[in-house]
Each structure stands twice: as C-alpha cells, then as structure tokens.
Design a protein around this ligand. Structure first.
Ligand code: FES
Length: 335
C-alpha cells in the first residue's frame, strides 16, 4: 500500500477521510458561534436597551459635570496607573469567593458553628472588594460606546446578583446555616464567572478600554499628508497618510501632527476643540497635549502618538514613530 509522505498533494491516509467533515461540523456548529450569538441576543433585549438608555441619561450628564474630578479619573485608572483599574480589581472578588468555595468543599467538620470562620472572612473581603469593583466598572461603563453598553450593563447586573448571593451566603454563614451558605456561595461564584466571561468579551472581542492606537506605527517613510497652503491656522484638520489617520494643527507657524484616533475608544480628535495646544476628544473628553501626546485628562490612560513633520516642495510630510531602516549606498538595509 502506498503511504503518503505528508506533503501537499498526497491522498489522505485511511482513517483520516472523516477529518474535514468533523472540522466542518465544528466550524459551522453552535460550538464556535455561541459567544457571538449570545452577545447579539443580549444586544436585542428590549428591556436591557431601555434600562441602558435610562442609565445613560442619568449618569451621562453627572459624569460630564464631574469629568475634571480627579477621583472620577482615578477610578478609570487614568494616566497615573497607565491602564484601567476595573479589570485588576475584579480579580479580587473572583479569587476571594473561589477561596470560599474551596474552603467549604474541603471542610469536613460537621459541628455547627456560629460566627465568622475562614471562609466567612474571605466572603466578607470579597464583598468589600466587589464594592470598589462596582464603582470602577460603573465609571468605565459611562464612557463606553453605545453598542457595548448593553453587554456591559448585563455584565454589571450579573455581578450585582452575585454580590447579593454572596451577601446572603455570608448572612446565613454567620447565623450558623452552613449548608445554605455553601450553596449560596457556590451559586454566587457561578454567576460571577458568567459575568466575568462577558467582561472578557468586552475587552478581548470589542476592545473596550484597550489602547486603540497601540499598533499605529506608519508611515515608515516620509509621506505627503496635505499641501501646506490647505492647512488653516488654529484649526484641527484630519488627513490620511498611507492609511494612518492624523490630525494636523498649525499655531503661530509651528506644525503639530498627532494620531487622529483617540487612544481611549477611537473618537476623532480633529472633531474636538483645541485650547492651549491641547485637544479634547469629542466623545468622552480625554485631553492630549499636541506637543508630546501626553494625557492631561482621562478617561484615556495612554498618551496619543505624535508624528514628526516637515515641509517639502509645498507639502506637509509626516513619518511614523518607527521609520523604515536606512539604506546604505550599496543598497543594503542598515539597522
Ligand atoms: S474616545 Fe473616549 S475620550 Fe476619546
């Protein structure tokens, strides 16, 4: 019998005929689409949409009034922390409540106990940590984009249910009803895990609170962006150079070029006002210095990339932060 060499063009070996069929079954089945189906289903829930709109109407103006408040900014994580606080804090209740379930599962002492035991201590610590997690999550929620808010709200509602179950678990534990406390603690952790999954969906699938310009590096060589005569003074102007969206600004003859996509959630900075050489994002009010891209107000936590500029033959040219390697006279690329 002829055996395949494993190279392209070989016929499939006996026993491997069914592999493509199995692969196609998994590729088209709910096994690989359920998470996106779930997010789409949540997005269609009418009551969730209504609640989200109502909360936005209540919290949006409140946040706008207090967006200069340092506590509000610090709850995002902000420029001092360098990334959002909420995902880091959310690890605390999950870990502490998982500890509760492990201690309950390994506790072999049948004697009824009143008062707080080790599992109760973890439960109480998790409840305290959940309070801080809720506040930071709510703060982040108010600056998320419309379509992410419904899933974010459901994530928050699940966490609220989990917090209630954990509170009931702690209460029954203190009263000496350990069996009920264990069941409620396990239920709380299960709901928390489901909520955590949705939080992961928001970050890893939707990019919520992820730096939107982390991969912006081009153009690798000087590229024409705009004719110099077409740039008005003191007016933010959106241009594109080799696919990168850039905001140009000229003040007293000095040129500034900054990435036009806000690092927080993708707002277009060229549509925001500029004052004192600082641009304010029109979506959620982050502020960036035009000279170096530094954040002077959150919710953005990452600086905005700035690009070097020059004028050649009447054109404003820009170059990315990673210039292409220089070529030597011999044509070889130099590092
Ligand atoms: S997109 Fe949120 S501050 Fe710019």
């Amino acid at each position: 019998m002829r055996r395949g060499s494993g190279q392209a063009g070989d016929p499939p070996a006996a026993g491997k005929q069914a592999e493509p069929a199995v692969r196609s079954l998994f590729a088209t089945s709910r096994v690989v689409t359920w998470h996106s189906d779930l997010a789409a289903w949540l997005d269609r829930l009418g009551w969730l949409r209504t609640l989200s709109d109502w909360l936005t109407a209540v919290l949006g103006p409140f946040r706008e009034r207090h967006q200069d408040n340092l506590v509000v900014e610090l709850m995002h994580g902000g420029r001092w922390v360098g990334h959002p606080l909420h995902p880091a804090l959310s690890d605390l209740p999950i870990g502490l409540w998982a500890g509760v379930v492990v201690l309950d599962a390994t506790d072999r002492d049948p004697a009824p106990r009143h008062g707080i035991d080790a599992a109760g201590m973890l439960s109480a610590a998790g409840i305290l940590a959940a309070g801080a997690t809720v506040l930071t999550g709510l703060d982040d929620w108010t600056v998320s984009n419309d379509q992410d808010r419904r899933v974010g709200l459901f994530h928050g509602l699940l966490n609220t249910v989990a917090l209630g179950l954990q509170g009931a678990s702690l209460g029954t534990r203190l009263a000496g009803h350990r069996g009920t406390a264990r069941a409620l603690g396990a239920a709380s952790l299960t709901v928390t895990a489901a909520a955590g999954y949705l939080g992961g969906h928001l970050v890893f699938t939707k990019g919520v609170m992820v730096n939107r310009v982390a991969w912006a590096i081009g153009p690798r060589r000087w590229a024409r962006a705009l004719q110099e005569a077409d740039l008005p003074d003191d007016s933010p102007t959106a241009v594109e150079a080799e696919g990168r969206q850039i905001m140009l600004y000229r003040h007293r003859g000095r040129l500034y070029a900054i990435d036009n996509i806000c690092s927080h959630a993708g707002g277009l900075l060229s549509r925001g006002p500029v004052a004192d050489l600082t641009v304010t994002c029109p979506l959620h009010g982050s502020r960036f210095a035009l000279a170096d891209g530094c954040v002077s107000r959150g919710p953005a936590s990452q600086p905005q990339p700035v690009l070097p500029t020059r004028i050649r033959n009447g054109w404003i040219e820009v170059r990315g932060s990673q210039p292409a390697p220089r070529r030597s006279a011999s044509g070889r690329t130099q590092p």
